[in-house]
Write a protein that binds this ligand. Structure first.
Ligand code: C2E
Ligand code: CA
Ligand code: CA
Length: 673
């Protein structure tokens, strides 16, 4: 039974319904067969009883008939036939009481006591009939019709017939009753079994419906659990903002890629991408613009790399591109170089962000397995360090990791910690490089250039510490320290009636973009008695590009304070000339690389010419940096360049040396302020 239930449970829903309906049909048909069998048995039993009752009458009537024939003189008939018929009539009466078999059919005894009593009476009447018949046969002569014995004979026979008929009638009635009972029973049984099979089918159908509902809801639950799991997986492995795979998935895939690469002695390359000055975009335009920018950056990375499984967002503005399946180190290096170069180019194109057009660049560091590390952590650190190195050396380019780089990074870490102490203890000296008017030869100002008197390493130049100061954020403190020292120096010179003209101070873009930059400048200017227009702040052109609105506002504020503003290293960045229109600056300092190439490059001459005339036309003071030769000075003078700065006149000098220099020049009457 259990086995049956289990097998039914294991069936498909359709098959199960079929089996169950078949079972209820078989049940119904079985009931019918049973009823048919019962009815058949009943009819057989009752018809044998009626037949027996009829035979009693028939045999006795036959006997009576033959007997009367014999008595009326027909001696052709045998009296034995009469006695045999009476015996047979009695035999039939006997089987109605005790049952029996005449080789043709079987007779069942009557159960009804009244009928049994009647049959006994019939038998008695038959006996009486036989007795009187025998008596009459023996007294043949006295038995003529009309005699007393003849009349009694008729009376006894008549009584017998009446009794036999009554039995037959009662039997008929009983058979009718039994048949009607059977009929009712059949109807009842058929009704009940139909109802039962209907209820069974209904129950089975409902159970099946319930089961399939349960199955559907179970399937639904399973689907929703699977969907939830998928969502959880996505949350854990994908970045919500850009849709890129995140750090977790990167580590998993990188680990897998390394295991496979190790087996096949292949190579893997890792590109660590970091946006330059992304913070400025966020500060200036708000986080929603920053987010859109990150989405577009992610889109460009995918478009360039063309493989979703290779691009990851680690955090903030840090992305990683994983290039694997290389059979040799050389091929991974080559591919990494190509992809990195392409990415640098693609990422620096302007971004349309449903509002402002934003410019941003990226610095990329590259590490390769097995050269730069043998596990994910080592390779990631190496790529990260290479990226920092790319940032420190000018940004907007890529750089491979190398052992030398690793040494430099260590050194940078040392520089950073020394720099903190240096700022606190003020280990800095100011050097000043004079600028002169090309038309008159007079000194028009000096640029402040910082030097670090390192307690162990001696005098250090900006190249040794400014990039570290910028990347560590220490530049802000350093620039303000230099600014204060420079203003103090200018004040001291003015107090001593020593005129150096305009004092130009370099301000790093990192410092300029700080929110409290203007506040600090205002504070310093309030504390000093020097004229604001004797101070010029030198800003690199990247400031104009990267932080458009903030820069415009800050420059306007500086102008209101009376402070002059110069664009430093003009021509090296990617400033469109049109930026100059939007910024009210005073001075344009043309980068020394253009000046250096005057003698050798016709193109540089043309560019320089155009830059100078652009500055002049815009009403700006144009300063050429790095003037080393008389020929350069001559060329610049011919182009109407206003001012020059460079070794031709003087290298940067400390304050005393500058004072001596200026005084000697004055004395020689060569250069005057
Ligand atoms: P810069 O603002 O372009 O300064 C001019 C640099 O060119 C100076 O290098 C100067 O010594 C050098 N130079 C001047 N004339 C000539 C020349 O005729 N030939 C050659 N070959 N070089 C010449 P320095 O002093 O090493 O400064 C390097 C850079 O460091 C500066 O470039 C400036 O960007 C940065 N810097 C210097 N002082 C400060 C500072 O106080 N704050 C900040 N934020 N940056 C500073
Ligand atoms: Ca400068
Ligand atoms: Ca410069």
């Amino acid at each position: 039974m259990m086995w049956l239930l289990r097998s039914i449970n294991n069936m498909s829903s359709q098959r199960r319904l079929f089996v169950l309906s078949l079972t209820s049909t078989i049940l119904l048909v079985s009931f019918m067969i049973f009823l048919f069998y019962l009815g058949n048995k009943l009819i057989k039993a009752q018809s044998s009883k009626i037949e027996a009752a009829k035979e009693i009458k028939y045999k006795a009537t036959n006997a009576h008939l033959w007997f009367e024939e014999i008595m009326s003189g027909d001696r052709g008939e045998s009296i034995d036939d009469v006695w045999r018929d009476i015996d047979q009539a009695d035999w039939y009466a006997g089987v109605l009481l005790d049952g029996g078999d005449n080789n043709v059919r079987k007779f069942y005894p009557l159960k009804d006591p009244v009928l049994r009593k009647d049959i006994t009476s019939v038998r008695k009447a038959l006996t009486r009939f036989e007795e009187i018949a025998r008596k009459r046969y023996q007294n043949f002569s006295d038995s003529n019709p009309g005699t007393e014995i003849d009349i009694k004979f008729d009376t006894v026979f008549h009584e017998f017939i009446q009794l036999a008929t009554s039995v037959e009638t009662k039997l008929h009635r009983q058979v009718d009753i039994e048949l009607s009972f059977y009929q009712k029973l059949s109807f009842f049984v058929i009704g009940v079994s139909t109802l039962l099979s209907f209820l069974l089918s209904r129950f089975l159908y409902r159970r099946e419906a319930l089961r399939s509902n349960l199955l559907t809801s179970l399937t639904d639950a399973q689907i929703s659990i699977e969907e939830k799991n998928k969502k959880l997986y996505e949350l854990a492995h994908y970045d919500f903002l850009t849709g890129l795979a995140n750090r977790n998935l990167f580590i998993k895939r990188m680990d897998t890629a390394l295991v496979q690469t190790m087996k096949g002695n292949g190579s893997v390359a890792l590109l660590f991408i970091d946006l330059d000055h992304f913070k400025i975009i966020n500060d200036q335009h708000g986080h929603h613009i920053g987010d859109r920018l990150l989405q577009q950056v992610a889109g460009r990375l995918l478009e360039t790399v063309k493989d979703r499984e290779s691009v990851y967002r680690l955090s903030g503005d840090e992305f990683v591109v994983l290039l694997n399946n290389f059979s040799a180190l050389e091929s991974s290096l080559l591919a990494a170089e190509q992809v990195a170069a392409e990415l640098v180019g693609v990422l620096q194109n302007p971004y349309q962000l449903n509002g402002p057009v934003v410019f941003i660049t990226a610095s990329i560091g590259i590490s390769v397995y097995p050269e730069d590390g043998i596990n994910t952590e080592q390779l990631l650190t190496a790529a990260d360090q290479a990226m920092y190195s790319a940032k420190s050396s000018g940004k907007n380019h890529f750089q491979f990791y190398s052992k030398e780089l690793s040494r430099l990074i260590k050194l940078q870490a040392e520089v950073e910690s020394d720099l903190r102490v240096a700022i606190q203890d003020d280990q800095f000296e100011l050097h000043f490089q004079p600028q002169w008017q090309l038309a008159t030869g007079k000194i028009s100002g000096v640029e402040v250039l910082v030097r670090w008197r390192h307690p162990e390493r001696g005098l250090l130049f900006p190249i040794d510490f400014i990039p570290v100061a910028e990347s560590s954020g220490l530049i802000k403190k350093l620039d303000f320290l230099i600014l204060r020292k420079a203003i103090n120096q200018l004040e001291a010179w003015q107090n001593g009636n020593f005129d150096v003209g305009i004092l130009a101070i370099n301000i790093s873009p990192v410092c300029f973009c700080q929110s409290d930059f203007l506040e600090k400048i205002r504070h310093y200017m309030k504390q000093t008695c020097i004229q604001a227009n004797n101070v010029e702040l030198e800003l690199t052109e990247s400031v104009l590009v990267e932080n458009n609105q903030h820069s415009q506002m800050a420059i306007r504020e500086l102008k209101q304070l009376g402070i002059r503003v110069a664009i430093d290293d003009f021509g090296t960045g990617y400033t469109s000339m049109s930026y100059l229109r939007d910024f009210s600056v005073d001075t344009l300092k043309i980068d020394r690389s253009f000046v250096a190439e005057i003698d050798t490059s016709k193109t540089s001459q043309i560019i320089l010419k155009n830059m100078i005339s652009l500055g002049v036309d815009l009403g700006l003071k144009v300063v050429a940096e790095g003037v080393e030769t008389k020929a350069q000075e001559k060329f610049l003078t011919a182009q109407n360049c206003h001012t020059a700065q460079g070794y031709l006149l003087s290298k940067p000098l400390n304050s005393e040396a500058l004072e001596t220099f200026i005084l000697s020049k004055k004395a020689d009457n060569i250069i005057s302020i």
